[in-house]
Design a protein around this ligand. Structure first.
Ligand SMILES: *Cc1c(COP(=O)(O)O)cnc(C)c1O
Length: 468
């Protein structure tokens, strides 16, 4: 018998088939030829392995085209793509934090083309990108001025560099936090060109601690950091923004408050525990307040600084501002998000982060039962169970959100099912609890319920086919 390898078609012959010609038209000859070479390699390996079933297709050009097309599809899938968040963690940092409002998406789409980013349409002369969100931020927080940069960490670097370059910045030992991803407040201060002047102790810091270092000119500014991602309880004491402002005013040093979370409405509106807002810090007299755009604000990744006009002006002229500058698409999304806050009656319904946080347990139970019903109709065994979600994004540590989930156990086990769902299109990410996969319905967006059902049905079919 002749070696089956001798019967493998040539790449040129494969490229000449009508099916390959269609692929070449879409993707170019070089890519398709590469994929066909890969398919030929697969055939050679199968022959070497003695895989008779595959070897029986050795002369079928269709077999090679199919393999090549599958490879090309996999290669053309974007690296960064949409995922369905069924984890119940609303601001899931690994899944991109805040999902944006429709209004924000629309604004981002139109700004991505040409825009008046730095062009004054009234006068027909050069304008500034920094004007776009200022009025909205002033109205929302009561601040004199505002500046938007790339993210809150950048906003903090810019603030520290502006108030503390070559000088000391006083910060409480109880607030020298790690924000996440190894990003620590002491390092940020040092890298901004300021030197950290630690005051107080881990659990207790008093006004006199700050006063000692600013009265001696050891520190030229005060930084207060909101402990957003952990709690200290028990024998504790911290100094309020109002008291820090009193000290700052007496010794003429600015007070910067890094709030992080970006909550722009009263926490009780979301039935969440009290969380400080930028408006409160501004009312207490803070010179600058830093918040994140994509945490509780519910907008795109951005760093928002609001505060006194003189200080914000210095920040805008700081050369680092250019390095941290916000992009047009982000600015458009942030502006559209901020605009939604102007209507307090509708903001919770328009901004997905706020809407998800507002959902009540009983309503979620009904949604979970509906999803489970659709799955049962398609012969997928499942149960509806109460579960606990979280706000996420390093906010509200220890706060659990009462929610409901659809619980699943795949034909090949929970891990296999979770794996198949993660590899689906779109990928669905849930949470494994007690060896069962839970899909928490709180974090599903409108219209995703049917999609999740289709993904789960598909995953059950795929796992069932491979089950032993
Ligand atoms: C999250 C957070 C930051 C960083 O915000 P990013 O927008 O992620 O850069 C800074 N400070 C505090 C207190 C935070 O919670």
């Amino acid at each position: 018998m002749t070696d089956p390898r001798s019967r493998i078609p040539s790449i040129d012959a494969l490229l000449a088939t009508p099916a390959a010609e269609t692929l070449v038209e879409d993707l170019g000859r070089a890519q398709v030829a590469d994929a066909l070479r890969n398919a030929v390699e697969q055939m050679r390996t199968a022959i070497g392995r003695g895989d008779d079933e595959t070897t029986s297709s050795v002369e079928e050009s269709d077999w090679y085209i199919r393999q090549a097309a599958a490879l090309l599809v996999a290669a053309s899938r974007p690296s960064l793509r949409r995922v369905i968040n069924a984890t119940g963690v609303v601001l899931h940092t690994n899944l991109g934090r805040a999902p944006l409002a429709e209004e924000a998406l629309e604004a981002m789409r139109s700004a991505a083309i040409y825009s008046n980013l730095e062009f004054d349409l009234d006068e027909g002369v050069r304008g500034s990108r920094y004007v776009h969100c200022v009025r909205l931020l002033r109205d929302l927080t009561g601040a004199e001025d505002a500046l938007v940069v790339n993210n809150a960490a950048g906003a903090l670097v810019l603030s520290m560099s502006t108030v503390g370059l070559g000088r000391g910045v006083a910060a409480s030992r109880g607030e020298l936090v790690e924000i996440g991803g190894g990003f620590r407040i002491p390092d940020v201060i040092e890298r901004s060109g300021a030197s950290l002047v630690e005051v107080g102790s881990t659990n207790r810091t008093r006004p006199a601690d700050y006063e000692a270092v600013v009265s001696s000119s050891e520190a030229a500014a005060i930084l207060k950091v909101h402990r957003s991602n952990f709690r200290i309880t028990g024998f504790t004491e911290e100094v309020s923004v109002a008291d820090l402002v009193g000290i700052g005013t007496q010794y003429d040093v600015p007070v910067v408050h890094d709030l992080g979370s970006g909550l722009m409405l009263p926490a009780e509106d979301l039935r969440l525990p009290q969380e400080p807002t930028a408006a409160e810090s501004i009312a207490a007299g803070a010179d600058a307040v830093v918040v994140s755009g994509d945490k509780l604000m519910g907008g795109p990744q951005a760093g928002v600084i609001v505060g006194k006009a003189a200080l914000i002006g210095l920040m805008r002229r700081n050369p680092l501002c250019r390095a941290l500058r916000v992009d047009k698409v982000t600015l458009a999304g942030l502006e559209a998000t901020l605009r939604l806050y102007a209507n307090p009656g509708r903001v919770r319904e328009r901004i997905p982060t706020l809407r998800m946080l507002s959902l009540e347990s009983e309503a979620l139970r009904a949604v979970a039962e509906e999803v489970a019903g659709m799955l049962t109709d398609q012969d997928v065994p499942c149960a509806v169970v109460p579960t606990k979600g979280a706000v996420g994004g390093g906010t509200y540590p220890g706060v659990e959100l009462d929610s409901w989930a659809v619980e699943l156990d795949g034909p090949n086990g929970t891990q296999a099912l979770a794996n198949t769902l993660r590899h689906g299109s779109p990928p669905v990410v849930g949470r494994i609890v007690d060896d069962r996969l839970r899909l928490d319905v709180r974090t599903l967006l409108p219209g995703e319920h049917q999609l999740v059902v289709a993904c789960v049905v598909g995953a059950f079919a795929a796992d069932g086919m491979h089950s032993v």
